[in-house]
Design a protein around this ligand. Structure first.
Ligand code: ADP
Length: 325
Protein backbone atom coordinates (compact mmCIF):
# COMPACT_ATOMS: atom_id res chain seq x y z
CA UNK A 1 0.00 0.00 0.00
CA UNK A 2 1.27 3.45 -0.86
CA UNK A 3 2.05 5.92 2.01
CA UNK A 4 -0.34 8.90 2.42
CA UNK A 5 2.58 11.21 1.77
CA UNK A 6 6.30 11.25 1.99
CA UNK A 7 8.69 13.91 3.34
CA UNK A 8 12.29 13.90 2.32
CA UNK A 9 14.75 15.99 4.35
CA UNK A 10 18.15 16.11 2.85
CA UNK A 11 20.95 17.49 4.98
CA UNK A 12 24.60 16.94 5.70
CA UNK A 13 23.88 14.03 8.11
CA UNK A 14 21.26 11.88 6.62
CA UNK A 15 18.35 11.29 4.38
CA UNK A 16 15.15 10.76 6.37
CA UNK A 17 12.13 9.10 5.02
CA UNK A 18 9.05 9.80 7.13
CA UNK A 19 5.83 8.03 6.54
CA UNK A 20 2.92 9.25 8.76
CA UNK A 21 0.31 6.86 10.00
CA UNK A 22 -3.22 7.18 8.83
CA UNK A 23 -4.48 9.61 11.55
CA UNK A 24 -1.73 11.98 10.40
CA UNK A 25 -0.84 13.38 13.87
CA UNK A 26 1.09 10.48 15.29
CA UNK A 27 4.74 10.95 16.21
CA UNK A 28 5.38 7.27 15.63
CA UNK A 29 6.81 7.48 12.14
CA UNK A 30 9.23 10.15 13.30
CA UNK A 31 10.39 7.99 16.16
CA UNK A 32 10.64 4.96 13.93
CA UNK A 33 12.62 6.88 11.38
CA UNK A 34 14.93 8.12 14.07
CA UNK A 35 15.38 4.64 15.43
CA UNK A 36 16.05 3.25 11.96
CA UNK A 37 18.62 5.84 10.99
CA UNK A 38 20.18 6.49 14.39
CA UNK A 39 19.32 10.17 14.31
CA UNK A 40 18.45 11.60 17.72
CA UNK A 41 15.47 13.77 18.51
CA UNK A 42 17.73 16.71 19.32
CA UNK A 43 19.28 16.39 15.85
CA UNK A 44 15.84 16.71 14.42
CA UNK A 45 14.96 19.68 16.65
CA UNK A 46 18.19 21.32 15.62
CA UNK A 47 17.36 20.68 11.99
CA UNK A 48 13.84 22.03 12.48
CA UNK A 49 15.19 25.20 14.13
CA UNK A 50 17.56 25.75 11.23
CA UNK A 51 14.73 25.37 8.79
CA UNK A 52 12.55 27.75 10.82
CA UNK A 53 15.34 30.32 10.96
CA UNK A 54 15.83 30.00 7.20
CA UNK A 55 12.10 30.40 6.68
CA UNK A 56 12.10 33.49 8.94
CA UNK A 57 15.02 35.01 7.01
CA UNK A 58 13.24 34.31 3.74
CA UNK A 59 10.00 35.77 5.07
CA UNK A 60 11.84 38.90 6.26
CA UNK A 61 13.52 39.24 2.86
CA UNK A 62 10.18 38.82 1.10
CA UNK A 63 8.53 41.44 3.34
CA UNK A 64 11.44 43.85 2.69
CA UNK A 65 11.18 43.22 -1.07
CA UNK A 66 7.43 43.80 -0.94
CA UNK A 67 7.93 47.06 0.98
CA UNK A 68 10.52 48.20 -1.56
CA UNK A 69 8.23 47.28 -4.44
CA UNK A 70 5.34 49.13 -2.89
CA UNK A 71 7.45 52.26 -2.25
CA UNK A 72 8.76 52.10 -5.86
CA UNK A 73 5.20 51.74 -7.12
CA UNK A 74 4.18 54.82 -5.10
CA UNK A 75 7.17 56.73 -6.48
CA UNK A 76 6.26 55.70 -10.03
CA UNK A 77 2.66 56.72 -9.48
CA UNK A 78 3.75 60.17 -8.20
CA UNK A 79 6.15 60.54 -11.12
CA UNK A 80 3.43 59.62 -13.60
CA UNK A 81 1.08 62.09 -11.95
CA UNK A 82 3.58 64.94 -12.16
CA UNK A 83 4.42 63.98 -15.78
CA UNK A 84 0.75 64.12 -16.66
CA UNK A 85 0.42 67.55 -15.00
CA UNK A 86 3.53 68.77 -16.89
CA UNK A 87 2.17 67.37 -20.17
CA UNK A 88 -1.20 69.04 -19.64
CA UNK A 89 0.53 72.34 -18.79
CA UNK A 90 2.72 72.10 -21.91
CA UNK A 91 -0.30 71.30 -24.10
CA UNK A 92 -2.27 74.18 -22.60
CA UNK A 93 0.68 76.55 -23.15
CA UNK A 94 1.11 75.36 -26.74
CA UNK A 95 -2.61 75.80 -27.40
CA UNK A 96 -2.56 79.27 -25.82
CA UNK A 97 0.41 80.17 -28.07
CA UNK A 98 -1.38 78.84 -31.16
CA UNK A 99 -4.55 80.70 -30.23
CA UNK A 100 -2.62 83.89 -29.61
CA UNK A 101 -0.98 83.62 -33.03
CA UNK A 102 -4.26 82.73 -34.72
CA UNK A 103 -5.78 85.86 -33.12
CA UNK A 104 -2.86 87.96 -34.39
CA UNK A 105 -3.81 87.08 -37.96
CA UNK A 106 -5.49 90.38 -38.70
CA UNK A 107 -3.06 92.53 -36.68
CA UNK A 108 0.00 91.17 -38.51
CA UNK A 109 -1.31 90.87 -42.05
CA UNK A 110 -3.10 94.22 -42.25
CA UNK A 111 -0.06 96.53 -41.85
CA UNK A 112 1.98 94.37 -44.20
CA UNK A 113 -0.74 94.47 -46.84
CA UNK A 114 -0.79 98.26 -46.42
CA UNK A 115 2.98 98.41 -47.08
CA UNK A 116 2.55 96.30 -50.22
CA UNK A 117 -0.48 98.28 -51.42
CA UNK A 118 1.18 101.67 -50.90
CA UNK A 119 4.38 100.46 -52.66
CA UNK A 120 2.18 99.67 -55.69
CA UNK A 121 0.55 103.11 -55.56
CA UNK A 122 3.93 104.85 -55.26
CA UNK A 123 5.28 102.80 -58.17
CA UNK A 124 2.45 104.11 -60.32
CA UNK A 125 3.14 107.68 -59.14
CA UNK A 126 6.87 107.41 -59.86
CA UNK A 127 6.76 105.20 -62.94
CA UNK A 128 8.94 107.68 -64.84
CA UNK A 129 11.73 107.50 -62.28
CA UNK A 130 13.47 104.09 -62.59
CA UNK A 131 15.61 104.61 -59.45
CA UNK A 132 12.57 105.18 -57.25
CA UNK A 133 10.73 102.28 -58.90
CA UNK A 134 13.74 99.97 -58.25
CA UNK A 135 13.80 101.00 -54.58
CA UNK A 136 10.06 100.55 -54.25
CA UNK A 137 10.39 97.10 -55.82
CA UNK A 138 12.88 96.15 -53.11
CA UNK A 139 10.45 97.29 -50.41
CA UNK A 140 7.71 95.30 -52.09
CA UNK A 141 9.81 92.11 -52.44
CA UNK A 142 10.91 92.27 -48.81
CA UNK A 143 7.31 92.87 -47.75
CA UNK A 144 6.13 89.90 -49.81
CA UNK A 145 8.71 87.54 -48.28
CA UNK A 146 7.70 88.72 -44.83
CA UNK A 147 4.02 88.22 -45.65
CA UNK A 148 4.71 84.68 -46.88
CA UNK A 149 6.57 83.80 -43.68
CA UNK A 150 3.99 85.39 -41.42
CA UNK A 151 1.20 83.66 -43.33
CA UNK A 152 2.91 80.27 -42.90
CA UNK A 153 3.35 80.84 -39.16
CA UNK A 154 -0.24 82.01 -38.76
CA UNK A 155 -1.73 79.22 -40.87
CA UNK A 156 0.17 76.57 -38.92
CA UNK A 157 -0.92 78.16 -35.65
CA UNK A 158 -4.51 78.09 -36.85
CA UNK A 159 -4.17 74.42 -37.81
CA UNK A 160 -2.59 73.55 -34.44
CA UNK A 161 -5.32 75.39 -32.57
CA UNK A 162 -7.90 73.34 -34.51
CA UNK A 163 -9.32 76.54 -35.98
CA UNK A 164 -8.91 75.63 -39.65
CA UNK A 165 -12.35 74.67 -40.99
CA UNK A 166 -12.97 72.46 -44.04
CA UNK A 167 -15.52 73.71 -46.58
CA UNK A 168 -16.23 71.05 -49.17
CA UNK A 169 -17.31 71.94 -52.70
CA UNK A 170 -17.14 70.31 -56.14
CA UNK A 171 -13.83 71.11 -57.85
CA UNK A 172 -12.33 70.68 -61.33
CA UNK A 173 -8.59 70.57 -61.94
CA UNK A 174 -8.92 73.58 -64.27
CA UNK A 175 -9.92 75.79 -61.31
CA UNK A 176 -6.72 74.89 -59.47
CA UNK A 177 -4.77 75.43 -62.67
CA UNK A 178 -6.18 78.98 -63.05
CA UNK A 179 -5.19 79.83 -59.49
CA UNK A 180 -1.64 78.51 -59.90
CA UNK A 181 -1.19 80.05 -63.35
CA UNK A 182 -1.99 83.47 -61.89
CA UNK A 183 1.16 83.16 -59.75
CA UNK A 184 3.45 82.03 -62.59
CA UNK A 185 5.23 85.38 -63.00
CA UNK A 186 5.70 85.59 -59.30
CA UNK A 187 6.87 82.08 -58.51
CA UNK A 188 8.12 80.41 -61.68
CA UNK A 189 9.49 83.06 -64.05
CA UNK A 190 12.14 84.65 -61.75
CA UNK A 191 14.41 81.57 -62.10
CA UNK A 192 13.67 81.23 -65.84
CA UNK A 193 11.52 78.17 -65.39
CA UNK A 194 8.62 77.01 -67.53
CA UNK A 195 5.28 76.07 -66.01
CA UNK A 196 3.40 73.18 -67.64
CA UNK A 197 -0.03 71.75 -66.77
CA UNK A 198 -1.19 68.23 -67.60
CA UNK A 199 -4.88 67.89 -66.95
CA UNK A 200 -5.68 64.20 -67.19
CA UNK A 201 -8.67 64.69 -64.92
CA UNK A 202 -10.44 66.79 -67.55
CA UNK A 203 -14.10 67.10 -66.54
CA UNK A 204 -13.76 64.77 -63.52
CA UNK A 205 -15.16 66.56 -60.49
CA UNK A 206 -14.00 65.80 -57.00
CA UNK A 207 -15.11 67.22 -53.67
CA UNK A 208 -12.66 69.00 -51.40
CA UNK A 209 -11.77 72.36 -49.84
CA UNK A 210 -10.54 74.59 -52.65
CA UNK A 211 -8.89 77.22 -50.40
CA UNK A 212 -6.82 74.62 -48.59
CA UNK A 213 -5.93 72.97 -51.90
CA UNK A 214 -4.84 76.27 -53.44
CA UNK A 215 -2.73 77.14 -50.39
CA UNK A 216 -1.11 73.70 -50.35
CA UNK A 217 -0.35 73.64 -54.08
CA UNK A 218 0.95 77.22 -54.04
CA UNK A 219 3.43 76.18 -51.36
CA UNK A 220 4.64 73.29 -53.50
CA UNK A 221 4.75 75.49 -56.61
CA UNK A 222 6.70 78.18 -54.74
CA UNK A 223 9.29 75.62 -53.61
CA UNK A 224 9.52 74.08 -57.09
CA UNK A 225 10.18 77.52 -58.58
CA UNK A 226 12.63 78.41 -55.80
CA UNK A 227 14.77 75.27 -56.05
CA UNK A 228 14.78 74.97 -59.87
CA UNK A 229 16.59 77.17 -62.41
CA UNK A 230 16.17 77.07 -66.18
CA UNK A 231 13.98 74.05 -65.75
CA UNK A 232 10.40 72.90 -65.91
CA UNK A 233 7.72 72.71 -63.27
CA UNK A 234 4.87 70.38 -64.22
CA UNK A 235 1.55 70.22 -62.40
CA UNK A 236 -0.44 67.09 -63.22
CA UNK A 237 -3.94 65.97 -62.27
CA UNK A 238 -4.72 62.23 -62.57
CA UNK A 239 -7.43 59.78 -61.60
CA UNK A 240 -6.12 56.50 -60.19
CA UNK A 241 -9.03 54.07 -60.16
CA UNK A 242 -9.45 51.51 -57.39
CA UNK A 243 -7.41 53.64 -55.00
CA UNK A 244 -9.00 54.90 -51.75
CA UNK A 245 -7.38 58.25 -52.63
CA UNK A 246 -7.99 58.29 -56.39
CA UNK A 247 -7.32 61.97 -57.12
CA UNK A 248 -3.57 62.55 -57.57
CA UNK A 249 -2.20 66.04 -58.09
CA UNK A 250 1.54 66.27 -58.47
CA UNK A 251 4.02 69.12 -58.68
CA UNK A 252 7.21 67.93 -60.37
CA UNK A 253 10.35 69.97 -60.92
CA UNK A 254 13.71 69.48 -62.59
CA UNK A 255 15.58 71.28 -59.83
CA UNK A 256 18.23 70.48 -57.22
CA UNK A 257 16.33 67.55 -55.67
CA UNK A 258 16.44 66.39 -52.06
CA UNK A 259 18.57 63.61 -50.59
CA UNK A 260 15.75 61.80 -48.77
CA UNK A 261 18.09 59.42 -46.92
CA UNK A 262 19.89 62.38 -45.36
CA UNK A 263 16.65 64.32 -44.77
CA UNK A 264 14.00 61.80 -43.71
CA UNK A 265 12.07 64.41 -41.69
CA UNK A 266 11.71 66.99 -44.43
CA UNK A 267 7.96 67.35 -43.73
CA UNK A 268 8.71 68.41 -40.14
CA UNK A 269 8.65 71.95 -38.77
CA UNK A 270 11.81 73.99 -39.48
CA UNK A 271 13.45 71.16 -41.47
CA UNK A 272 15.58 72.46 -44.31
CA UNK A 273 18.14 70.69 -46.43
CA UNK A 274 21.40 71.96 -45.08
CA UNK A 275 23.33 72.87 -48.16
CA UNK A 276 24.45 76.14 -49.63
CA UNK A 277 21.90 76.14 -52.45
CA UNK A 278 19.07 75.98 -49.92
CA UNK A 279 20.62 78.65 -47.73
CA UNK A 280 20.72 80.99 -50.73
CA UNK A 281 16.91 81.10 -50.66
CA UNK A 282 14.78 82.68 -48.05
CA UNK A 283 12.31 80.58 -46.13
CA UNK A 284 11.85 79.30 -42.62
CA UNK A 285 11.12 75.64 -43.16
CA UNK A 286 7.38 75.78 -42.46
CA UNK A 287 5.98 75.40 -46.00
CA UNK A 288 6.23 71.62 -46.27
CA UNK A 289 4.95 71.10 -42.74
CA UNK A 290 1.97 73.31 -43.58
CA UNK A 291 1.38 71.44 -46.88
CA UNK A 292 1.57 68.09 -45.07
CA UNK A 293 -0.86 69.20 -42.32
CA UNK A 294 -3.27 70.67 -44.87
CA UNK A 295 -3.22 67.38 -46.82
CA UNK A 296 -4.18 65.51 -43.64
CA UNK A 297 -6.90 68.07 -42.85
CA UNK A 298 -8.58 67.34 -46.18
CA UNK A 299 -8.16 63.59 -45.59
CA UNK A 300 -5.41 63.19 -48.15
CA UNK A 301 -1.73 62.47 -48.04
CA UNK A 302 1.37 64.15 -49.41
CA UNK A 303 4.18 61.99 -50.78
CA UNK A 304 7.60 62.93 -52.05
CA UNK A 305 9.95 61.26 -54.50
CA UNK A 306 13.19 62.98 -55.25
CA UNK A 307 16.62 62.41 -56.76
CA UNK A 308 19.45 64.70 -55.82
CA UNK A 309 20.45 66.81 -58.80
CA UNK A 310 17.51 65.64 -60.93
CA UNK A 311 14.40 67.02 -59.30
CA UNK A 312 11.47 66.33 -57.00
CA UNK A 313 7.89 65.15 -57.36
CA UNK A 314 5.42 66.03 -54.62
CA UNK A 315 2.17 64.11 -55.02
CA UNK A 316 -1.01 64.97 -53.19
CA UNK A 317 -3.51 62.11 -53.07
CA UNK A 318 -7.10 62.92 -52.22
CA UNK A 319 -10.39 61.15 -51.71
CA UNK A 320 -12.96 61.82 -54.42
CA UNK A 321 -15.24 63.07 -51.66
CA UNK A 322 -14.11 64.49 -48.30
CA UNK A 323 -16.31 63.21 -45.52
CA UNK A 324 -17.69 66.03 -43.41
CA UNK A 325 -18.35 63.93 -40.29
P1 ADP B 1 11.36 76.73 -46.86
O1 ADP B 1 10.64 77.91 -46.29
O2 ADP B 1 12.77 76.60 -46.40
O3 ADP B 1 11.18 76.59 -48.34
P2 ADP B 1 9.78 74.34 -46.72
O4 ADP B 1 9.20 73.65 -45.53
O5 ADP B 1 8.86 74.77 -47.78
O6 ADP B 1 10.62 75.53 -46.14
O7 ADP B 1 10.87 73.40 -47.34
C1 ADP B 1 11.81 72.81 -46.48
C2 ADP B 1 13.08 72.49 -47.23
O8 ADP B 1 12.84 71.41 -48.15
C3 ADP B 1 13.61 73.63 -48.08
O9 ADP B 1 14.38 74.52 -47.31
C4 ADP B 1 14.44 72.86 -49.08
O10 ADP B 1 15.67 72.52 -48.49
C5 ADP B 1 13.65 71.57 -49.27
N1 ADP B 1 12.74 71.62 -50.46
C6 ADP B 1 11.43 71.84 -50.44
N2 ADP B 1 10.92 71.77 -51.69
C7 ADP B 1 11.95 71.50 -52.50
C8 ADP B 1 12.08 71.29 -53.92
N3 ADP B 1 11.03 71.35 -54.74
N4 ADP B 1 13.31 71.01 -54.40
C9 ADP B 1 14.37 70.94 -53.58
N5 ADP B 1 14.32 71.13 -52.23
C10 ADP B 1 13.14 71.40 -51.71
Amino acid sequence: KKPAHRVLIFNEYTLLRLTPVRNGTSQLPLLLANWETGVTESDLEHQLERLQRRLERQTQARVAAEELLSSKATELYQLNKSLLVAKEKAEAASLAKSEFLANMNHELRTPLNAILGYSDLLMEDFEDDPTVVADLNKIKDAGKSLLTMISEILDLAKLNAGRMQVHVQPIRFSELQDHLQAREIDLITPNDNTLVFEDQLQETMFHSDIDHLNLLLLNLLGNAGKFTSNGTVTVTGKYISESPLPIAISVADTGIGIDLDANPDIFNTFEQVDNSSTREHDGIGLGLKLAHELALLIQGQLDLESTLGEGSVFTLRLPALVSTE
